[in-house]
Design a protein around this ligand. Sequence first.
Ligand SMILES: *[C@@H]1O[C@H](CO)[C@@H](O)[C@H](O)[C@H]1NC(C)=O
Ligand SMILES: *[C@@H]1O[C@H](CO)[C@@H](O)[C@H](O)[C@H]1NC(C)=O
Ligand SMILES: *[C@@H]1O[C@H](CO)[C@@H](O)[C@H](O)[C@H]1NC(C)=O
Ligand SMILES: *[C@@H]1O[C@H](CO)[C@@H](O)[C@H](O)[C@H]1NC(C)=O
Ligand SMILES: *[C@@H]1O[C@H](CO)[C@@H](O)[C@H](O)[C@H]1NC(C)=O
Ligand SMILES: *[C@@H]1O[C@H](CO)[C@@H](O)[C@H](O)[C@H]1NC(C)=O
Ligand SMILES: *[C@@H]1O[C@H](CO)[C@@H](O)[C@H](O)[C@H]1NC(C)=O
Ligand SMILES: *[C@@H]1O[C@H](CO)[C@@H](O)[C@H](O)[C@H]1NC(C)=O
Ligand SMILES: *[C@@H]1O[C@H](CO)[C@@H](O)[C@H](O)[C@H]1NC(C)=O
Ligand SMILES: *[C@@H]1O[C@H](CO)[C@@H](O)[C@H](O)[C@H]1NC(C)=O
Length: 466
Amino acid sequence: MRRSVIVVEVLLLLFISIIEAPWTVGGSSHCKQISPLEVRPHSVTITEFGAVGDGVTLNTKAFQNAIFYLQSFADKGGAQLFVPAGRWLTGSFELISHLTLLLDKKAVILGSQDSSDWPVDDPLPSYGRGRELPGMRHRSLIHGNNLTDVLITGDNGTIDGQGSVWWNWFRNETLNFTRPHLVELRDSTGVVISNLTFLNSPFWAIHPVYCSQVLVQNVTILAPLDSPNTDGIDPDSCDNVCIEDCYISTGDDLIAIKSGWDEYGISYARPSSRIAIFRVAGETGSGAGLAIGSEMSGGVSNVHAEDLQFFNSKNGIRIKTAPGRGGYIKDIYISNVTMTNVNIAIRISGQYGEHPDEDYDHNALPFVDKITIKDVVGDNISRAGMLEGIEGDTFLNICLSNITLRVNKRRPWNCSYIEGYSSLVSPNTCELLSDSIYPQHTSDCYLLSNHLQSPFVQNRPDYRPG
Ligand SMILES: *[C@@H]1O[C@H](CO)[C@@H](O)[C@H](O)[C@H]1NC(C)=O
Ligand SMILES: *[C@@H]1O[C@H](CO)[C@@H](O)[C@H](O)[C@H]1NC(C)=O
Ligand SMILES: *[C@@H]1O[C@H](CO)[C@@H](O)[C@H](O)[C@H]1NC(C)=O
Ligand SMILES: *[C@@H]1O[C@H](CO)[C@@H](O)[C@H](O)[C@H]1NC(C)=O
Ligand SMILES: *[C@@H]1O[C@H](CO)[C@@H](O)[C@H](O)[C@H]1NC(C)=O
Ligand SMILES: *[C@@H]1O[C@H](CO)[C@@H](O)[C@H](O)[C@H]1NC(C)=O
Ligand SMILES: *[C@@H]1O[C@H](CO)[C@@H](O)[C@H](O)[C@H]1NC(C)=O
Ligand SMILES: *[C@@H]1O[C@H](CO)[C@@H](O)[C@H](O)[C@H]1NC(C)=O
Ligand SMILES: *[C@@H]1O[C@H](CO)[C@@H](O)[C@H](O)[C@H]1NC(C)=O
Ligand SMILES: *[C@@H]1O[C@H](CO)[C@@H](O)[C@H](O)[C@H]1NC(C)=O
């Protein structure tokens, strides 16, 4: 049984590498169905290592000791660390390979409000510095580096960063280093984050960086709408990522696909590609429902997002880039989006700005090509689209199909330095996109050559643990 599953997967992988096309035409899509989790042969409970779930005792050592102990089971099918009902205060701790961190429904992992419980690390090479301050950055609450086969899951248990102190340090400018994430996995393969609620992250909540085969499924991410930079899920220089069935309500982008910053991202050169997003809903104070950028210097391609619902938000779909970024954003397909009470439904910002330092290459222009947005309905929208490319670096093949927005501003579209096509868009698009997609420009548009069927992700990574 297991053997035949493996054979099918190997054949599928061979098939994919032969055709070298991540998408194919078919029905509606899903990331690979997760089979019921194989039980790890070894399991311990955090209380066996002296943890106290009273919300006051600091349990960092208990987490570290438990995980250190479980290291000896990594080559024996891996192990599980169970966190039972209780409020488990902790500072940052490191995961290991072949580990399941399993939370009870009533378990809450609480981030310490003492910044010294969050050690600092060197900046990521693709950023060259911390994202908000030069120099080092605080390590995330749950951190993993160079891992394979890691699960963070639960029966909707909670990981609460208690980020309000960090937001205040940010606001009163007393931070010494860039704020930490709730979860960061770096250089890792086979990561599953599922069935959990994430609250009040100090900074971005879930940050996979330089990872492959990542599944984020059925998670809720919440932070106040006015909390600073509390992005939900930010795949960064990652490939084969699937995000599905998530509800996210935060202060910044719900999902932002990134790949490094200006000269550092260009030289690190690790793109984000094959990112699939299905059934994500939520609201954001100042960000976008789905964003690409603004750090995209390693390139972003093959993004497929479908069945999205955004409401009470500043922006619906947003591409952010700037001269100096270099890199590319291409082959993007976004379909079936409902927006309600959204300020700007579709926004492309070619002059986003924000640079790591003065040494960026002003001539490093991003290449933006083949962006398809289709089947969008919007109600109570202020502006349909602000689509701004870069002078001397026109963004190409921006294709808008079947978009109906109830807009309450008089000039719904404002376009500059872009080229592309549109069909069935109301209110009428700007002049730069007024040529019809169908029939003669279908092949210029990403994945619109057969508009009767919707494409789906063929290459679905093997997330099965063990
Ligand atoms: C999420 O929870 C559901 C219901 O308990 C379970 O069937 C599913 O396997 C879980 N998914 C993961 C990836 O843990
Ligand atoms: C990453 O893990 C591999 C094997 O799992 C090991 O050989 C390598 O030294 C590790 N690298 C780092 C930087 O930890
Ligand atoms: C989502 O999570 C909830 C609570 O953890 C669970 O009851 C439900 O079955 C999960 N759904 C899926 C699709 O995994
Ligand atoms: C998980 O808990 C959150 C926060 O309490 C709640 O909003 C969400 O609906 C729950 N998710 C599921 C699938 O039960
Ligand atoms: C800044 O905010 C922190 C966290 O709320 C607070 O402890 C500190 O006193 C504030 N500092 C200043 C200078 O306002
Ligand atoms: C910043 O550093 C100063 C001096 O070491 C320290 O007193 C302060 O608590 C630090 N602030 C934060 C937010 O960690
Ligand atoms: C569009 O997305 C919604 C969820 O936002 C879903 O209920 C609906 O079935 C999708 N429509 C199609 C045609 O797939
Ligand atoms: C329309 O959306 C705006 C936010 O963009 C909101 O303030 C306003 O209340 C909404 N109007 C209605 C009628 O829902
Ligand atoms: C246009 O989009 C709407 C809403 O997503 C969808 O229900 C409808 O089937 C689409 N029409 C065509 C012609 O694709
Ligand atoms: C379009 O946007 C630009 C800035 O991007 C602004 O200067 C210009 O006034 C806008 N035009 C209209 C008609 O709103």
